[in-house]
Design a protein. Structure first.
Length: 341
């Protein structure tokens, strides 16, 4: 193992908080790199990274822009730090189409939490990754867990598939809604309500009556949605204001109740196992896409093929088959004997 990885591993396990935070940040930067030599070094680093003595609790947060995700997370994080816990926030921002960097910058919206010695806030660009999460988010979770952070909060951008993506890498998925969601609830009943373990109607202080109506509508949707098999938890809907410390504490008590129910039922361990398998296939798919796009045989004819498809000179299925053949990944055709069988 190279000296850089040895130093990272040493500092991540160090008792000095400042050195550890810097090491965690450097490690995540390494994991986010797409350079081939950095990926090789990152794989070696992850392989040597020790498992945490106590598994961290992973909480996923999602919601539409403007719902107050950052305010909610900062309030919850400050509550946990005050209670003696260590909290890591992995916030995924939309990417700039020019620089590729984060547009919003969650550290600027979590000023108080980001300077807490027992908290770590890391905004990362989504980089165009489907699902509103960064490609290295799962790996970053491993790093902060190894550093001893007991609660890991993953905040995603509110884009379509983000709910499914964050629910697939956390122990609990919390969806934030606005009090005046109205007819928007109809659109989310079928998909998101099947994933949410807890729905929080935030900014309830703006219109308490609207928040109460929203909670009633959401509870109805939660009860009618088909739930994941084997779960022992009944999803809930609550109204709160992230500006009220007492209400923030109440939300955390509900989250702790969820943890207790899952632990007793053994559902938490089973959920993690399923997520590991899903992560495996996700990385396989991503690796194959990257290998396909970077293959010189593909690059040599990709632009021309796409132009033919765009102009209608070439059928999409034929074009795809030709490119897969060039890549060497065209599925084998059945033998004449098997076709006759």
């Amino acid at each position: 193992m190279d000296a850089g990885n040895v130093a990272l591993l040493r500092d991540i396990g160090a008792g000095d908080a400042a050195s550890q935070r810097r090491a965690v940040a450097r490690a995540i930067t390494l994991l986010e790199s797409t350079r081939a030599d950095h990926r090789e070094r990152a794989d070696a680093f992850l392989t040597a990274l020790p498992l945490p003595a106590q598994p961290a609790f992973r909480l996923g947060i999602s919601g539409v822009p403007g719902v107050g995700k950052s305010t909610f997370i900062e309030a919850l994080g400050l509550h946990l730090v005050a209670a003696g816990q260590r909290v890591a926030v992995l916030a995924v921002d939309p990417s700039s189409s020019l620089s590729g960097g984060s547009i919003l910058g969650d550290k600027t919206r979590m000023e108080r939490l980001s300077v807490e010695p027992h908290a770590f806030v890391r905004p990362s660009p989504s980089g165009g990754t489907l699902g509103g999460v960064a490609a290295a988010t799962r790996e970053a979770i491993r790093v902060v867990e190894a550093a001893g952070y007991g609660v890991v909060i993953v905040e995603t951008v509110g884009v379509g598939q983000s709910e499914a993506a964050v629910a697939g890498m956390t122990d609990m998925f919390c969806l934030l809604q606005l009090p005046n969601a109205g007819d928007d609830l109809q659109a989310i009943k079928k998909g998101v309500m099947e994933l949410a373990d807890l729905v929080v109607v935030n900014k309830a202080d703006l219109d308490s009556m609207a928040a109460a109506r929203a909670v009633g509508q959401i509870e109805s949707a939660l009860h009618s949605a088909s739930r994941r098999a084997g779960t022992a938890w009944s999803p809930r809907a609550l109204a709160m204001s992230a500006l009220d410390a007492g209400q923030v504490a109440s939300i955390w008590r509900v989250i702790e109740e969820f943890r207790g129910v899952q632990d007793v039922a053994g559902a938490a361990v089973e959920r993690r196992r399923g997520q590991s398998v899903a992560w495996f296939w996700e990385r396989i798919d991503a690796g194959l896409r990257q290998a396909f796009r970077s293959d010189p045989r593909v690059r040599a004819s990709l632009d021309e093929t796409l132009a033919d498809v765009d102009a209608g000179r070439l059928l999409v299925t034929v074009a795809a088959r030709r490119m897969l053949t060039a890549f060497g990944a065209e599925p084998r055709r059945a033998s004449p004997a098997s076709e006759r069988a």
